[in-house]
Write a protein that binds this ligand. Structure first.
Ligand code: XUL
Ligand code: CO
Length: 446
C-alpha cells in the first residue's frame, strides 16, 4: 500500500447525529438503519465516481486545475494511474460507501495505440480486483469514454465515419468485458457526443439507424460473454453537443421500442440532466418507474441560475423526496444505486473537501429517504391518486380499455344522459401539503 493521501481523515466515517459538531461524521445517514424493512444502504446503494473526484483537477474553460491531484501530473502515466487507484480506494474505504463507477479512460492512460490502451487498462483492472477484494468495495457500473478523444468529435456510433463506429465498438467490447471481470452490476452508455452541433451536416435518419445498430451489438455481446449486469442508457438532452439523441427517458424509451431494444436497456437518470431537459428529476424517475425502465441514478444537481450541467452535490431534500418516493414504490433500484456523478466546486481545494461533499450528499439522500418513507407509510398520496382513477376500474372504464365500447357506443351513452361527467378537483395544494408534512415529520425525527 502506498502512503495515505487523505491524512486528515482516519475513516470509516461514523454516525455523529444532528448535534454533532464534527464535520467528518454523518448527521443522518446510518447505513444499517432499517427504513421500511430495508437498510438505508440497501435502498441507496451509494457509489463514488472516479472521473470527477480523481481524474479531474478542477480545470474549467477559463482556468487551469485548482485541486490537489498530483497523480495527474506524474510524468510516468502508469505510475500516476496506480497512485490514483490507491487514493480512490483509500477514499471509498474511509467514506464507507459500498460502490464506485468509472470510465475506461478515467483509470488508464490512452497510450499511442488501442493495444497499448487495452494493456494499460487490463493492468489497472488486475490491481482494482485486488483492491475490491481487500476493501469489499464493489463496482456499481462501468462505462467507456466515447467523447473525450478528438476521434469522437462527431460522435461515436452516430459518427459519419464507420471507422469511428468500429473504434467505439472495440472500446465498448473491452470495457464490457472489464466490467464483467470486476463483477460490475450494470454497464452504462452515455451518448456523450451522439447528437449534432448543426443540422447542416447531419443526416438524422442515418444517425438513428447507426445508434440502434450499436445498441443491438452491445446487447448481443453482453449475452455472448454472459454478463448478467443491467445495460443502462443515460439520457441527456444537450452538452457537449447542441442536441443529443438520448434526450430524456421518454425519448430513450420510444427509441428502444422502435428498434426492438426495450427489454435490453433501462435508464440511468441524472438529476442535472433532467433539469437540462426542462423536466424535474421527479418527472424522469416517475416516467422510468411507470414503464419498468428505472435502472440507476446519477445523484447531483444543477444551479437554478445556470443553464448548464454544473454537477453539484445534492443538497436539497425537497428535490429528492418525490424521486425517492417513486423508487420506494417501484420496489427499489434493483442492481442500480445512487452514484455521485458530482464534482467539487473549483475553490474546494482542500483534500478533505471531497469528504465534506460526499458526507453532505449522503446525508441529504438519507433525509429524503426518511421523508419519502414516511409518505409511503402514511399512504394518503397513493390512496388519493388511485381514487382519482377509480372510474377506470369501473364498468365504463373497463368497457373502454377492454375494447368492447366503440365510439358510437360511447356517443349513445352520452346522448342518453347515462354518462354526464362533472369536473373533479385535482387538489394539488392538498397533495403538496402532504409531501411537506412528511418532510417536516422526518425533520422532527418521526
Ligand atoms: C456527463 C455524465 C457522464 C456519464 C457517464 O454529463 O453524466 O459522466 O454519467 O459517462
Ligand atoms: Co452522469
Amino acid at each position: 500500500m502506498s502512503e495515505p493521501f487523505f491524512t486528515e481523515v482516519q475513516g470509516p466515517i461514523g454516525f455523529g447525529g444532528l448535534d454533532s459538531t464534527d464535520p467528518l461524521t454523518f448527521k443522518v445517514y446510518q447505513p444499517d438503519r432499517v427504513v421500511l424493512g430495508r437498510r438505508m444502504v440497501d435502498w441507496l446503494r451509494p457509489g463514488v465516481c472516479v472521473w470527477h473526484s480523481f481524474s479531474w483537477d478542477g480545470r474549467d474553460m477559463f482556468g487551469i486545475g485548482t485541486l490537489d491531484r498530483p497523480w495527474l501530473a506524474d510524468p510516468d502515466e502508469m505510475r500516476g494511474a496506480r497512485t490514483r487507484l490507491a487514493v480512490a480506494f483509500e477514499f471509498f474505504s474511509k467514506l464507507g460507501t459500498p460502490y464506485y463507477c468509472f470510465h475506461d479512460r478515467d483509470v488508464a492512460p490512452e497510450g499511442d495505440s488501442f493495444a497499448t490502451f487495452a494493456a494499460n487498462l487490463d493492468a489497472i483492472v488486475d490491481e482494482a480486483l485486488g483492491y475490491q477484494e481487500r476493501t469489499g468495495v464493489q463496482l456499481l457500473w462501468g462505462t467507456a469514454n466515447l467523447f473525450t478523444h478528438p476521434r469522437y468529435q462527431a460522435g461515436a456510433a452516430t459518427n459519419p465515419d464507420p471507422a469511428v463506429f468500429a473504434y467505439a465498438a472495440a472500446q465498448v467490447t473491452h470495457m464490457l468485458e472489464v466490467t464483467k471481470r470486476l463483477g460490475g452490476e450494470n454497464y452504462v452508455l452515455w451518448g456523450g457526443r451522439e447528437g449534432y452541433d448543426t443540422l447542416l451536416n447531419t443526416d438524422l435518419r442515418r444517425e438513428g439507424e447507426q445508434l440502434a445498430r450499436f445498441l443491438h451489438l452491445v446487447a448481443e455481446h453482453k449475452a455472448r460473454i454472459g454478463f448478467t449486469g443491467q445495460l443502462l442508457i443515460e439520457p441527456k438532452p444537450m452538452e457537449p453537443t447542441k442536441h443529443q439523441y438520448d434526450y430524456d427517458s421518454t425519448v430513450v424509451h420510444g427509441f428502444l421500442v422502435r428498434h426492438g431494444l426495450d427489454g435490453e436497456y433501462k435508464v440511468n437518470i441524472e438529476a442535472n440532466h433532467a433539469t437540462l431537459a426542462g423536466h424535474s428529476f421527479h418527472h424522469e424517475v416517475a416516467y422510468a418507474a411507470a414503464h419498468g425502465m428505472l435502472g440507476s441514478i446519477d445523484a447531483n444537481r444543477g444551479d437554478p441560475q445556470n443553464g448548464w450541467d454544473t454537477d453539484q452535490f445534492p443538497i436539497s431534500v425537497d428535490d429528492l423526496v418525490m424521486p425517492i418516493y417513486e423508487i420506494i414504490r417501484a420496489g427499489g433500484l434493483g442492481t442500480g444505486g445512487f452514484n455521485f456523478d458530482a464534482k467539487l466546486r473549483r475553490q474546494s481545494s482542500d483534500r478533505t473537501d471531497l469528504f465534506h461533499a460526499h458526507i453532505s450528499g449522503l446525508d441529504t439522500l438519507a433525509q429524503a429517504l426518511l421523508a419519502a418513507a414516511d409518505l409511503v407509510e402514511r399512504g394518503e398520496l397513493a390512496v388519493l391518486k388511485d381514487a382519482r382513477y377509480a372510474g377506470w376500474d369501473g364498468e365504463l372504464g373497463q368497457a373502454i380499455l377492454g375494447g368492447s365500447a366503440s365510439l358510437p357506443d360511447l356517443a349513445a351513452r352520452v346522448a342518453s344522459g347515462e354518462v354526464d361527467p362533472r369536473p373533479v378537483s385535482g387538489s394539488q395544494e392538498r397533495l403538496e401539503g402532504l409531501v411537506n408534512q412528511s418532510v417536516w415529520r422526518a425533520n422532527r425525527g418521526a
